[in-house]
Write a protein that binds this ligand. Structure first.
Ligand SMILES: Cc1cc2nc3c(=O)[nH]c(=O)nc-3n(C[C@H](O)[C@H](O)[C@H](O)COP(=O)(O)OP(=O)(O)OC[C@H]3O[C@@H](n4cnc5c(N)ncnc54)[C@H](O)[C@@H]3O)c2cc1C
Length: 479
């Protein structure tokens, strides 16, 4: 008999571990079904090292999370937190026996409108939070991911976002040994969680850690009033002009967000770039006058077009429809966050890199497009690939019934998938050569290997102090 290519057998929970987990969260919150375990042990990429976890556990409170962490510690099992799992850098994907902490039951929303903060469970989806805040005329200061219809506040806090995480002002984190550590002003005995900064900023240490330092159970967020917005779109001759305008508008403080979409190698490859600008004003009049300044500035290099795209994005800020192409193609983005001065040369290098692969992309039906975006003094460059391939069980889980029926049953496109991944790796290296950093580091983007000596020692000491046995999210932040 031919041995299997890899050992996908479940690693059962040792000894009385299951009974102890059930005693903490109840039978209904411990999942052992092999298909559910396989699903919860995946993200949007099929990683060669991926293996199903031993159990998925859904704690209902910070205290329950701490108790189950102690059980995992006693049995030497890794712990991996999971929000919606809508990631593509492997940070939440186990490579063997592990307990997955599904945060779905940690979804409380506690709004302190007058003190401008909210304390929410880590498993709260961004859209649910935005809905709860709307009647107060408030929103999180933290920009929210487009995937927030499903993705969680704890997921974003752990992945980091390209524009930073300044809107998060405190956390409750469960460490590997079950210690509950709060950060920010909420860490004081009976203290309210209204302020991030007093003493050392222990909150910052856990943001963007991909879970490697602990399981976040509560997140405190700064709230800000919803203000009048205006939108404008422009047709730009090329990507370099888009970067130029984007940088200028953000550095002048005129725009709160700029997104540019560029044609890649698909239909319409010769088309112009579209630049979408969102501006905010303290009053309606202020918003009008900022918009007028944006138009005057952009008009020198670009032609104004209908602002339907940013208006629609504002009206419907959350959607994951884009996680497959229009015809159900596989989608793979890869991003880099660059200093504005390095973005133009990086973009030019990436365009050359992809142009050099034109023949093999054509032969395998691989298309790509460009997205640039910024909310501050940085430019995110994000090429996105599309190709026909089998979808993963996680894609099928999140697709609507109609789309699942349409897009299921596709054949593996092994060669095209390998080519896209090679291109993604080459892009990552080219971005890094242009001084890029990354959100969503997980097990994919370089972190430890690029730290200078002192910083590397600091990161290693922090990890060792919090998780001496290396059981928290093994592999995350280690590349
Ligand atoms: C269509 C689409 C649109 C997207 N749009 C954006 C966007 O606009 N901006 C953006 O930045 N990203 C975006 N993403 C990427 C991704 O969805 C985000 O990074 C999102 O924040 C992930 O949240 P999640 O709940 O799915 O986290 P998961 O994928 O479940 O987890 C991500 C990582 O964080 C860890 N983790 C999760 N919860 C916790 C916790 N409570 N404590 C400790 N560690 C934890 C996991 O172990 C894993 O390492 C998009 C993805 C898709 C598919």
């Amino acid at each position: 008999m031919t041995p299997p290519a890899r050992d996908d057998a479940l690693a059962p929970l040792p000894g009385d571990c299951l009974a102890q987990l059930v005693a903490i969260v109840g039978q209904e919150n411990v999942i052992l079904d092999p298909r559910a375990l396989a699903l919860a042990s995946s993200d949007l990429i099929d990683w060669p090292w991926q293996r199903p976890a031993s159990a998925v556990v859904k704690p209902r409170s910070t205290e329950e999370t701490a108790r189950l962490a102690r059980v995992a510690a006693r049995h030497g099992l890794p712990l991996i937190a999971r929000g919606a799992g809508l990631s593509y850098s492997g940070g939440g994907v186990p490579g063997g026996a592990a307990i997955i902490v599904d945060t779905a039951n940690l979804a409380t929303i506690d709004i302190h409108a007058d003190d401008r903060h909210a304390r929410v469970g880590a498993g709260t989806p961004w859209e649910a939070l935005a809905r709860a805040l709307a009647p107060h005329g408030l929103k999180p200061a933290q920009p929210m991911p487009i995937s927030g219809v499903h993705t969680t506040v704890g997921g974003a806090a752990s992945q980091g976002m390209p524009g930073g995480m300044d809107g998060i002002i405190g956390l409750a984190v469960v460490l590997a040994d079950g210690t509950i550590a709060r950060t920010g002003s909420g860490a004081r005995r009976q203290g309210s969680a209204f302020q991030r900064y007093w003493g050392p900023d222990l909150t910052g240490m856990f943001l963007g850690d991909c879970g490697a330092y602990g399981v976040k159970t509560e997140i405190c967020l700064r709230l800000v009033p919803v203000r009048p917005l205006r939108f404008a779109s422009f047709s730009c001759p090329d990507g370099a002009t888009s970067v130029d305008i984007m940088t200028r508008l953000l550095q002048a403080g005129l725009a709160m967000r700029v997104v540019a979409n560029g044609p890649g190698n698909g239909p319409g490859a010769e088309a112009a770039w579209a630049l979408h600008v969102t501006v905010e004003g303290a009053t309606e009049d202020a918003a009008d006058s900022v918009l007028a300044a944006v138009r005057a500035d952009c008009g020198r290099q670009a032609t104004e077009i209908d602002a339907d795209v940013p208006r629609r994005l504002h009206a419907r800020p959350f959607s994951i429809r884009g996680f497959v192409g229009l015809e159900g193609e596989r989608w793979l983005p890869v991003h880099g966050v660059l200093p504005p001065t390095r973005a133009p040369s990086c973009l030019a290098a990436l365009r050359r890199l992809l142009a050099d692969r034109a023949a093999e992309f054509d032969a395998h039906g691989i298309r790509y497009t460009w997205t640039l975006s910024s909310t501050g003094p940085y430019v995110t460059i994000e090429p996105m690939f599309y190709w026909n391939d089998a979808l993963t069980p996680l894609h099928l889980y999140y697709l609507s019934d109609r789309h699942r029926e349409r897009f299921a049953g596709r054949h593996d496109a092994v060669q095209a998938r390998a080519l896209v991944r090679q291109a993604r790796d080459a892009i990552r290296l080219a971005m890094d050569a242009h001084d890029a950093v990354h959100a969503q580091i997980g097990r994919y983007f370089a972190y430890r290997s690029v730290l200078e000596d002192g910083a590397g020692q600091l990161a290693a000491r922090i990890k060792h102090a919090l998780d001496p046995d290396g059981r928290m999210h093994p592999g995350a932040l280690e590349a």
